[in-house]
Design a protein around this ligand. Structure first.
Ligand code: PLP
Length: 498
């Protein structure tokens, strides 16, 4: 498979190079340049998670030896890293509602599925290209990505991983997850200010050509682990197939029956993997895009205008508090039949004016497959409470948004199709919001997040993930706080020391 950019100004390239580069040099995103070959229903990938993942990856990574893919899959999706033998187990809520648990990895959120394997793919790519420099992964995080990237890249040879998080912009648990990080090649720094300040600091480093060549002279090359990298999108396609295979195995569907997927969405990476799964022949009826109060995607899917000029809200589902969904660019490129001029125009309008409107034909294509609604904080907490009381199953606030939207979809569209709700985080990772949904205010007043985890465990009896249970006692290793303007100089000095 060859890849090229959604903005059409780069040459064809192989998977290895697309993964090393992350972002295409013209500012676009790498997408498969060749048509995908759909599986016939009777030949959909089968087996356990690792077998399905390897089958899905192989055509996309044809410049990797099969043995390397096999090895990467075995190392990434092991029972040492995931606390469930199915890796992404499918739980049953009712006959037609199933929950795909994507939170059994080391950091208890779905980003682990991609970030556990990306380092293996990157490392293998670097080894066989003429790349002599060491790769330095820089990540600005609002919480989940940073820890997930640290866990994925720690002690990977030839790679260093540096994470910046806003000093006051992450939860107590998220902060401790990062500041207690072990590994000989990791750097973790708090940055004064909010997430935007942190993100801007990292972007400035990436955009500074002079600084890049200075680093190059020192033997380093910058790369990114955020969700625009094809190496993060591809691994997510596998679990859509895995969920479907489970439904076949349990006799819920027969090969070829269509199902819906409900996806709590922020940057549009997770749900886009569902779109690609459908292109590969997975029988998908509808992809439900669930947003929180930052409902820019809901408006877009319903009306065809993307408009980020709106207030930004902090919600109970913070990993979905996003107004610019980067991966949407890939969907537009696919649905316009790879029309780079159109995509370029829309993306330029977004940068210049903050908004763009797609043509009627494109909107119709979007609406044929996607459906969207959003849930505010009260509705989210209500969905958590209802699901726990009625189905005896505890969901986190991101998944709560999805559940609320699924219920609304069924009411509005009278569609009884079997639906899989993607659960993107463990309820314990967002214990504060989850507990608020279940108990009245007096119970939880003045509790630390760790105390909340204990209360939640006591009341529900659900097992606390080992990595969160031991977190409180881990020594803090990374205490440095820096100012945004100090980031480049500080990075240079730090790389010297590592
Ligand atoms: C990142 C994240 C999301 C959003 O996923 P996208 O791929 O950005 O749409 C949803 N829930 C959780 C818990 C996340 O960490």
């Amino acid at each position: 498979m060859r890849y090229y950019s959604t903005r059409g100004k780069t040459d064809y390239t192989g998977a290895k190079n697309a993964i090393i580069k992350g972002l295409a040099p013209d500012g676009g995103l790498f997408v498969p340049a060749e048509p995908l070959t759909p599986y016939a229903p009777e030949y959909l990938p089968a087996g356990n998670y690792r077998e399905i993942a390897a089958a899905v990856f192989e055509p996309f990574l044809d410049d990797y030896p099969e043995a390397v893919i096999e090895q990467a899959v075995q190392s990434a999706y092991s029972v040492e890293s995931f606390d469930h033998p199915d890796i992404t187990p499918l739980a049953k809520l009712s006959d037609r509602t199933h929950i795909l648990e994507l939170f059994h990895g080391p950091t208890c959120a779905f980003k682990d599925i991609a970030l556990q394997i990306l380092p293996h793919l990157l490392n293998a790519a670097v080894k066989t290209t003429s790349e002599a420099s060491e790769i330095v992964i820089l990540t600005a995080t609002s919480g989940d990505t940073g820890k997930s990237a640290l866990e994925g890249f720690r002690d990977v040879p030839g790679v260093k991983i540096i994470v910046y998080f806003p000093e006051k912009g992450v939860s107590e648990i998220q902060k401790l997850q990062m500041t207690t990080q072990e590994g000989s090649n990791v750097g973790v720094f708090a940055v004064e200010g909010n997430f935007d300040d942190t993100q801007r600091g990292v972007k400035q480093i990436f955009n500074d050509q002079e600084f890049s060549s200075e680093l190059q002279d020192l033997g380093y090359r910058l790369s990114s682990a955020n969700s625009i990298n094809w190496g993060r999108l591809l691994p997510q396609i596998s679990y859509y197939f895995f969920a479907y295979r489970q439904l076949i195995n349990r006799g819920v569907v027969q090969a070829g029956d269509k199902i819906n997927f409900v996806v709590p969405t922020g940057n549009f990476g997770n749900i886009l993997a569902g779109y690609y799964a459908r292109c590969l022949g997975l029988p998908v009826n509808r992809l439900l895009c669930a947003a929180n109060r930052n409902n820019v995607l809901t408006d877009f899917i319903n009306r065809g205008t993307y408009d980020r000029r709106r207030p930004f809200y902090r919600s109970h589902s913070p990993s979905m508090d996003i107004l610019v969904s980067s991966n949407l660019e890939r969907l537009l490129f696919e649905l316009t039949g790879h029309d780079k001029e159109k995509v370029l125009t829309w993306m330029k309008q977004l940068t210049d004016t903050g908004s763009y409107k797609v043509d009627q034909g494109t909107l119709e294509k979007i609406q044929e497959l996607f459906w969207s609604d959003y849930a505010n904080d009260d509705e989210t907490l209500q969905a958590i409470a209802d699901t726990y009381r009625n189905e005896n199953y505890l969901i986190d606030p991101h998944t709560g948004v999805g559940k609320c939207v699924l219920d609304r979809y069924r009411k509005k569209e009278a569609d009884q199709t079997v639906s899989v709700l993607l659960s993107t985080a463990s309820p314990y990772k967002f214990a504060g919001s989850t507990i608020q949904a279940l108990f009245n205010k007096e119970v939880i007043e003045n509790l630390s997040e760790f105390e909340m985890i204990k209360v939640l465990h006591r009341e529900t009896g659900i097992k606390v993930p080992a990595n969160l249970a031991t977190l409180e006692k881990k020594p803090v290793k990374h205490k440095q706080v820096i100012k945004p303007f100090q980031m480049p100089e500080h990075l240079k000095k730090y790389l010297h020391k590592l």
